[in-house]
Design a protein around this ligand. Sequence first.
Ligand code: ADP
Ligand code: TRP
Length: 322
Amino acid sequence: MAPTRRLTGFKPTGHLHLGNLLGALRPLIAAQDHTESIAMIADLHAMTMDHEPGRLRALALEQATVLLAAGVDPARTPIILQSQVAEHTELHYLLECATGFGEASRMIQFKEKSAAGGPIRLSLLTYPVLMAADILLHDIDEVPVGEDQNQHLELTRTIANRFNARYGPTFRVPEGVRPESAARIMDLADPAVKMGKSNAAGAGRIALLDPPEVIRRTVARAVTDELAQVRRHPDQPGVTNLVGILAECTGQQPSDPVSYGALKREVTDAIESVVAPIRARHAELADDPAHVREILAKGAEAVRPRARATVRRTRAALGLLQ
Ligand code: ADP
Ligand code: TRP
């Protein structure tokens, strides 16, 4: 049987953080042995909200470098920049002709982001159609998605099924999968929200390239409570999150730290032991950005034949002259 094909996407809107590592990167790295994975940096999706060109360029390269530093093996897992495989945008347009305006405007993420005020880019509305193109282009079987992307994945399935029924079998219909480690890392300053690239001040976020001192300070300031009990409990979201991070980083249930101070010291050490090798490898790789760009070019080359075949099939199904 052919190995399962997976696509994991990262949006270069900020620095990759501990949540991305434990929730997405580690599962991707662990699955390299038994899946045919693609790691994609969704730089086109990063332009659906106001963006700075210089920052986008820097973050795209940084994320690619961090992926390599963390252990994504480009010989087994092509690392691609979405914008460098032009078939993504070609398929995007073709799929726009198979998607309803109502469907797109009902997406929760579109509603939330467009309600935030300010000018709204048309690409924010069509965001999920581009995501469908990313997935369908590469004949993907499985897409690891967090809750916030579930609805987009469902729309992808709807578009694929409808297209296949109307124009003949063209697309493989993907499944959404929850990452193996159910880790959902919460913000250390506000454990009610998940750690994210764009959380307001970033006071509770551990970026993978943070220096040790910053990590120590961020953990030291993590919100806990007055209960003085180190345990996972719904009444103690901050402590629960710290214990969860400790377990994820050490791969073991924590030995009972006696105080919050002791817990935070253990968490700091555990995070440091996970990110230190990534930081070191990143520093080496960042010295030679041409090498990283070469890896991206090779990744694009590796996925292009299949992407071309999908676009050809789609054009033919839609009645475009070959
Ligand atoms: P962010 O929400 O920080 O912008 P992305 O949306 O680019 O991150 O997500 C990239 C991947 O990282 C997704 O697979 C997502 O599920 C995972 N991820 C993001 N934040 C967390 C978190 N706090 N805990 C666990 N996994 C996360
Ligand atoms: N929209 C995804 C996110 O915000 C990123 C993404 C773009 C993606 N294209 C994808 C994820 C294709 C999985 C598959 O996280």
